[in-house]
Design a protein around this ligand. Sequence first.
Ligand code: ATP
Ligand code: MG
Length: 390
Amino acid sequence: MNPETNPYAPGAGTPPPELAGRDAIPGEARIAIQRNMSGKSARSFMFVGLRGVGKTVLLNEVQAIAEEHGAITDFIEVSTNEPLSKTIVATLRAALLKLDRIKGVSEKVKHALRVLKSFVGAIKVKYEDVEFSVDVDAEPGTADSGTLTRDLAELFVAAGEAARVRNTSIVMLIDEIQNLQAEEFEALIMAIHRTDQKRLPFLVVGAGLPLLVRLTGEAKSYSERLFEYPDIGPLDAAEARRAIVGPASEADVEYTEGAVNAVVEQTKGYPYFLQEWGYQAWNIAEGSPIDRSHIDAASKSAIRRLDQNFFRSRYERLSEPQKAYLMAMAGLGPGPHRTGEIAKAMGKSSSQLGPTRDALINNGMIYSPRYGLAAFTVPLFDEFMKRTQS
Ligand SMILES: Nc1ncnc2c1ncn2[C@@H]1O[C@H](COP(=O)(O)OP(=O)(O)OP(=O)(O)O)[C@@H](O)[C@H]1O
Ligand SMILES: [Mg+2]
């Protein structure tokens, strides 16, 4: 069929034609945003899940809802090579300038800008290249101690107070949160805790791989009260069916029963894979209905595409010992696996493999769902490993 009218949306953060299986989330996010904006306690969200399950899509959705409610928003993606404090400076600078432009001078807004300037002054000692050009003096004694946990909390409070006098809120969406350093994560949690205690209109919504749970560490007891951690997983059979059938039926294209079942089975309900399979099947079929033979051809193309991009790009960044570790995991099946079992399969001791395992956790390839266990963060990665070997 015509690729130009193909409704499926394989990609990163690309809104799916049908947001299947996440029905409750937008409504709950709306409530949290409204409550936070009106000075009531609100639990925010941390979307946790594997690669390609739709975490970024949900963050974008929450951002749109926040904007509908008149919040000032910004979407941040944490990278491993840029410290959080620098990213936050840019976000809050833009937010505060926006608040400053609203009619009527506000001392709270000016104050927040001065606090931001102090914050920048303090982190400048560490990162010389922080950019900040706003024509205000710094606020000595606030957010300039040089201790991130303290300074960030003071900055968030000042920004939240500025938003409150302007009857709006600041909503920060933070993606790939597992890339934060432990110290940054702790500072972020403590800062959110401060704004929450003061009932300020300042909300942080996050998303990341399951290994972010490892980051909680000391900050854990707080963070469990501040956030819901909805588990963003694969779709169950009925939801997966909706994700694949819905978009086509909008265009009067149907699937045979056998075709749908095959897609659901082969993708195991993973949202990104569903989009890839649907996309290929649409292009391959000559018209309605899409049948089993189209799906067989589509899975070949989809797997080829995934191998070339989604899987291989990650695989190629790894060192040889890391590849060997993942190969041993794959040999044991989809997982999770006991680290002792993996070591045994490699003929080594678990402690010998410790550094390799840590490196794989740090670069986001595996995570530990429970002590002593290791699992892939990329769905169906075990099957890819087996394909590369053969
Ligand atoms: N609920 C859903 N139903 C159907 N398709 C979805 C759903 N959520 C996401 N998708 C599709 O899945 C793909 C991946 O989405 P997204 O980039 O948000 O995943 P992610 O969890 O952020 O992945 P990563 O960890 O790699 O950043 C996109 O093509 C998107 O359209
Ligand atoms: Mg993402």
